[in-house]
Design a binder for this molecule. Sequence first.
Ligand code: 1HE
Length: 259
Amino acid sequence: MDYLTYELRGDVAILGLNRPEKRNAISDAFIEEFAQVIRRAESEAKAGVIHGHGPHFCAGLDLAEHVKKTPFEGVHGSRRWHEVFGWLHRGKLPWFGALHGAVVGGGLELASSLQVRVADSTAFFALPEGQRGIFVGGGASVRSARLMGLARMTDMMLTGRSIDVETAERWNIVQYVVPEGLALERAVELAARAATNAEISNYAIINALPRIQDMGTDDGLFVESFIASFTATSPEAEERLNAFLQKKVGKVARPGDKA
Ligand code: 1HE
């Protein structure tokens, strides 16, 4: 592979963005290889982690390639990012991001497509599209805006503001902050934990939860009832519920307990 590394560790697929000399900037060839590797992970793993090799997670779109495109090619390129990132956002596996250094432009769009983001203290976040004379095209106007809110994203885009990891946590962009160098280890640990859930529950969490956010209250609650019943009556749920009632599995951990 030219742009990515792949490792299967137990049930967890670990994908590394691997174009460090260009700060993991995403070209057309990169996105096609990424598409293949995501499909491979879906067939082999129960959860996935995405991290970046080199000093940064991802510098976003390959700007050198972008300048050569016609308007229509640009639309197709953006739609392809939507499709591929869509497999992460509402796909088969829960995905965990291990972030460090620059998480900018399309890098933030990629990170926003994942379910859980772990960032180390070196991570910083920006949407420099306004400065480059372009607009977000990898899903940020939907996904990143829903994480941080419209006002914050508008500010980031208008002012070119770069935010640190503490602010990113406060703004809902990341769920975990860890010391420098520990994001990958923590993300793999969390992904391994998610991989032990019932697959049907993970699928509902990934696919139903965001859709229900797009619905009104009444519709959302109606759909929730069907998913709740469908999952609870599965053979796997029966097995897991009985295991708890027969005290064969552990209780809910208290905060701070080692899982
Ligand atoms: C790149 C890219 C790139 C670096 N496309 N080549 N993204 C941006 O506007 C971010 C632009 N990048 C940067 O601001 C900086 O590179 C970083 C802060 C991320 C990292 O800085 P640093 O000092 O570690 O690296 P560097 O020296 O700036 O970059 C190393 C090389 O990578 C250099 O190439 P070289 O041939 O001179 O060695 C850079 O030109 C190259 N490089 N970033 C192409 N992005 C679907 S729409 C999404 C829209 C967007 O993503 S817009 C945001 C684009």
